[in-house]
Write a protein that binds this ligand. Sequence first.
Ligand code: HXC
Length: 517
Amino acid sequence: MDEKGDGHLAALREMRSRAVLGGGQKRIEQQHARGKLTARERLALLLDDGSFQEFGTLATHQFSEFGLDKQRYPGDGIVTGFGKINGRRVAVFAQDFTVLGGSFSEVQSQKICRIQDLALESGIPLIGLNDSGGARIQEGVRSLAAYGEVFVRNVMASGVIPQISLIMGPCAGGAVYSPALTDFVVMAGDSYMFLTGPDVIKAVTGEQVTALTLGGADVHMGRSGVAHLAADSEIEGIGIVKRLLAYLPQNNNEDPPQVTPYDPPTRMDEALNALIPQDENRPYDMRDAIAMIFDRDSFLEVQPAFAANAVVGFARLDGYSIGVVANQPAYMSGALNIDASDKIARFIRICDAFNIPIVTFIDCPGFLPGTDQEYGGVIRHGAKIIYAYCEATVPKISLVTRKAMGGAYVAMSSKQMRTDLAFAWPTGQIAVMGAEPAVRVLYRDDVQSAADPAAKERELIAYYRERFFNPYRAADVGQIDEVIEPRETRPRLVRALEVLRTKVQQNPPKKHGLVPL
Ligand code: HXC
């Protein structure tokens, strides 16, 4: 066939080349001037070269009111399709801000839903690149209803395929809830997320905020806990998504991929034996322990700035993906509070959904006392940790490094809550409460009636500490399976997880449990 004479091919090519321009060259330049890439440029960076297969390229909206008939762009502000990341299949969508501010339309919804359905049926992760001013105002209830279509698919896919949202510009109004329903929200550059914008807030409350002070990465990483990872630039954000994906399986019926081991499983770091300070009230950084125990440079911390009294993230052990949960004695002495409970519980459930074994490090004086916490529902939130550990059927290993006091001992992966193996370092302290309050409760009369009350109190505290401030009583009764030298931790964990790799455990059939939300 003579191509030159083929009007059909020419028409298709013309349409495709127009689609590639989204909202047009001028809008692309504006996007670049804002320091942002276009939807297609972002996808090109995210996906392996030449792997992208686009669908819905030529779809357009069918509305004519508010001048929309003059703004009918092929693709309608979203690029959708399939591709590969490091050779693994993924489904993707990228909102195109150059078309009507990436606003969410009925057609956007249809395109996203199509990709969501195919991703779920094929059991492959879904990654959304968000850059949108929310529901397309001109479409009225149709764009609002269209959100519901996406949300229901987010929920149906939840726990089946990994869902990752990368926020790369505005994510306003209804646009926030699809990301919020996904497993990970990653914020790049000066992106922001808010439900009601600065103008509305000013009108209603009088408060003056900007998009960034209201919903920038600092806010959602540090205060609200809405975001899980952040990056200074779009390119870095795309890199984080690729790294995150490497710890996750394609779907809940698969195990996460093992990378070729690059760090000897028998390596013992002598510095671990000196990590816990002689003075038991001095802090140390739990991340130092994690860095020495797991495969070199493998730790990807999730939500590092939110509830920094807890540490969660993915690491590798002999090349296998592991979920790490820990108290952080370097911040608030590692006490558990409302935010730490939410952070830990959510992370446990993600690991459990995606067949990632959990290793828990415990150094926690207990739940944080205070009216703020009690009024805020620390009982309800703390219960989430317990629920999540009890429910999780993946291999679970715990390690008490120092304090495991009271509720913290129980909540943080204690043996009875279906933890497979429990280790402790010799510095472990497992007791119902600290020595001072315990003596006050148990021996108030003895102390008051003593000739020298202060000396009596000191004596009783010393007695209590000798009895309980070690891991051996717990080991006596089988609550701790083995007391190990800190430096032995890596080889011990490698071997334990090797055994547990084929663990099978099931929960009773039910519609769903009632996690204390
Ligand atoms: C239609 C929109 C739009 C929207 C932006 N645009 N948002 N068009 N519907 N929701 C258009 C703008 O009119 C503009 O077109 C172009 O996109 C770029 O927008 P700018 O305002 O120039 O960009 P910027 O200054 O960067 O500001 C971005 C923004 C702002 C903060 C997102 O556009 C904005 O406040 N938009 C509305 C946000 C919002 O309130 N959305 C909520 C909708 S309600 P022109 O042609 O002028 O350049 C909702 C509820 C759903 O979503 C609830 C479901 C649970």
